[in-house]
Design a protein around this ligand. Structure first.
Ligand code: XMP
Length: 259
């Protein structure tokens, strides 16, 4: 098991939380001192919820204005100080040399895991990403079925295997997550049936991360009963007047289902 998974499981146990905070705060680019304000707000939200979440996920909303080796470093240090694993959600989706370059940067910057898109395949796509992650004991999480309605157009397609068997693309990706040694799979909480099917394939070996709870319409009880291991939650927490209270409420709702 990668250090990332050990760290995540330890946090989840100690904090009794299956919530991953998606810290996607943003401010209008033209606003005076927007970078300073954005960093301050992100650090404040993190400090408010650090006791009630199992990990943090960062997306372009913070990376682009703050910069990986610039402002974002303060937030990365905060997360590390709270002992929280940090996931880079930039959905790596390119050819090998670019993917490898990006992975090294994310890991060197202090991220514990990254999310990648299995559509690019193994050879010349994600092979080196898994290699870099393995060497540094970081994690790779694969998109298996995304949470938005159009996910069906890609992840939900029927595909014909080499032996002529027909399956859904996301079933193939769930199998690949096992054979490639992924540290997690993303399946939208908006699709409890897909969560259930992916759980049948990956079992308890690979944690299922489900975004889409709350604003996107996913329901905690349905997702966790179907097999979700961690809920990825953004706006319902950081847009709340009281992010701490929102995080506690979500964590407790999940615990009612999983305990
Ligand atoms: P909200 O505000 O909807 O944020 O709670 C959800 C977070 O998760 C990301 N997201 C996804 N990430 N696969 C992913 O890897 C998905 O299917 C997916 N859907 C949403 C979103 O970018 C945000 O950070």
């Amino acid at each position: 098991m990668s250090l990332f998974r050990e760290k995540l499981e330890k946090c989840a146990r100690e904090k009794e939380s299956r919530v991953i905070l998606a810290l996607d705060l943003s401010l209008p680019v033209g606003e005076k001192d927007f970078k300073k304000k954005l960093l301050k707000k992100a650090r404040w939200v993190l400090s408010e919820v650090s006791e009630y979440v199992a990990g943090i996920k960062v997306n372009f909303q913070l990376l682009l204005p703050l910069g990986l080796f610039d402002g974002l470093q303060l937030l990365i240090r905060d997360a590390s100080g709270y002992g929280l694993p940090l996931i880079a959600d930039f959905k790596l989706n390119d050819v090998e040399h670019t993917n490898e370059w990006a992975s090294r940067h994310f890991f060197d910057a202090g991220f514990d895991a990254l999310i990648a898109n299995p559509f690019v395949g193994w050879k010349g796509g994600l092979e080196t990403v898994f290699g870099v992650a393995k060497k540094s004991e970081r994690g790779v999480i694969l998109l298996v079925y995304m949470s938005h309605p159009g996910a069906n157009e890609g992840y939900g397609q029927r595909v014909v295997g080499e032996d002529g068997t027909i399956s859904f693309q996301y079933e193939v990706f769930a199998e690949r997550a096992k054979s490639w040694g992924a540290d997690g799979v993303v399946v939208g909480a908006t699709q409890p049936k897909m969560v259930e099917r992916v759980y049948q394939i990956v079992g308890r070996k690979i944690p299922i991360f489900s975004p889409g709870i709350g604003i996107q319409g996913g329901v905690i009880s349905e997702a966790f009963r179907a097999g979700t291991t961690y809920a990825i939650v953004g706006r319902s927490i950081y847009e709340s007047e009281d992010p701490r209270k929102a995080a506690v409420e979500i964590k407790e709702k999940i615990n009612e289902v999983v305990k």
